[in-house]
Write a protein that binds this ligand. Structure first.
Ligand SMILES: C[S@@+](CC[C@H](N)C(=O)[O-])C[C@H]1O[C@@H](n2cnc3c(N)ncnc32)[C@H](O)[C@@H]1O
Length: 413
């Protein structure tokens, strides 16, 4: 059995989770920086740790923490927004230049008039007048126009602030990751200060950037878009090249768990990124498969219980686990002997049956040549993710999904 240890010191209830460039951009199910930081401090292999890999990097929390510690890192994510955020957070933009451009941007509201907006073609944004007022669309386009006039090496700093606001100033209900339009009466009163919100993000991010730059880290960060379910290119990561993996994978498909694609669609469409509209189908578990393609003893009973109750839900779970299994199979050989993996996972409940993804993770890595060290159980006080779901589709019949997360630590034999 893979021993679990509950440890309250991992709760980080009062920690500042927005230090450095961690303040830049919200993202669903972000890892708390202190978790990545403490994992690196406590579990990086003692003999050598020069390369950390995050196979599902999301908004790049691990990459930033690796950089803070002066360690090179590689991350991948098939969500273009995740790559945009991770890239922005790990670049040491020039604060003097950024400050100069921000002063120019401050006068933007006074110079703006709709007839100055050059690009008024919003056809890349599906149903754009359902989600935005015309006034907001014009102002966002004007901001894009100003960003295009900034020197290229500094543009991403401004794009990342725009990326965050395209969602905030839309008619979506901002408290949730899924795309739900506000009620009509709310829309009538909704008149966001587009330029003001943009500017406030820039100032907030500049403070984070200054803190990040003050560390004077010269660690290298590389960001990719390969899908570990299919392959990890040898040219990027040869076998036995990784010292440590610090990551938090999805805990189920995006349709029934965290809606990464829906959350990201605002920015992905605004910037014209590929697959903006069908991302959730491409993420792990997005494509339904009819058969179980992995071996498991440890969660076999749970899977059988779900299958008896609901064949469709069972196939959803199995489709996710198939992908997750292949992903681990591809990650395992990349880690060198004595290297560590730290997987922060959630154990969700389906049809009243909790799926111990931590056990499945440990079993699968063990099968691929790893020893289990410890599984730390931490409470998740501030992680922004749904704690309830509706497995029965009956309103009011909700089961608790998760309030703990499980940090599986293993060493390559
Ligand atoms: C829990 S989030 C990671 C959050 C991240 N640790 C952070 O702090 O922001 C999981 C990520 O896995 C990504 N993902 C899902 N399927 C993937 C796949 N097949 N290959 C790469 N990334 C994938 C999602 O896009 C999402 O960004």
């Amino acid at each position: 059995m893979y021993q679990r240890i509950a440890d309250r010191s991992w709760n980080f209830k009062t920690a500042d989770t927005k230090e450095f460039t961690h303040c830049y951009h919200t993202y669903p199910a972000m890892m708390i920086p202190q978790v990545a930081r403490t994992l690196i401090e406590n579990y990086a292999p003692k003999d050598k740790c020069t390369l950390i890999f995050d196979p599902y990097m999301g908004s790049g929390t691990t990459l930033v923490e690796a950089s803070v510690k002066g360690i090179n890192s590689i991350g991948t994510d098939i969500n273009p927004l995740a790559r945009l955020i991770s890239m922005a957070k790990t670049i040491h933009f020039d604060t003097d230049k950024i400050q100069k451009y921000i002063s120019q941007i401050q006068v933007m509201p006074f110079l703006y008039s709709p007839d100055k907006v050059e690009n008024t073609d919003f056809s890349r944004i599906s149903n754009h007048l359902f989600w935005y007022s015309e006034d907001t669309l014009y102002k966002l386009s004007y901001i894009s126009q100003i960003i295009d006039s900034i020197e290229e090496s500094q543009q991403l700093f401004f794009k990342i602030a725009l990326s965050e606001i395209v969602r905030e100033v839309s008619y979506t209900r901002n408290g949730e990751f899924k795309r739900f339009r506000m009620q009509e009466d709310k829309i009538k009163q909704f008149n966001p200060d587009v330029f003001g919100i943009f500017e406030s993000k820039l100032y907030r991010n500049l403070e984070g950037l200054k803190q990040f730059n003050s560390l004077k880290s010269n660690a290298l960060t590389k960001i990719y878009d390969f899908n570990t379910v299919f392959d990890i290119p040898d040219g990027v990561l040869p076998d036995d090249s990784v010292d440590m993996v610090v990551t938090s994978p999805p805990y189920g498909d995006s349709h029934t768990t965290v809606a990464y694609g829906q959350f990201s669609r605002w920015a992905n469409e605004w910037f014209g990124f590929p697959n903006a509209q069908n991302l959730d189908n491409l993420l792990m578990g997005g494509k339904k498969k009819a058969v179980r393609e992995f071996e498991t003893k440890i969660i076999d009973q749970e899977l059988k219980e779900i299958e008896i109750q609901d064949k469709k839900r069972y196939l959803e779970v199995v489709s996710f686990l198939n992908d997750y299994y292949y992903s681990i199979k591809h990650i395992a050989p990349k880690i060198r002997k004595g290297g560590r993996i730290c997987f922060v996972v959630g154990n969700r409940t389906v049809k009243g049956v909790q799926i111990p993804l931590d056990y499945f993770t440990a079993e699968t890595f063990e099968y691929h040549g790893f020893n289990h060290e410890i599984t730390i159980v931490r409470e998740i006080p501030s992680k922004r993710m749904p704690t309830k779901n509706s497995p029965t589709n009956i309103t009011g019949a909700k089961a608790s999904t998760m309030c703990n997360e499980y940090i599986v630590v293993m060493t390559k034999k």
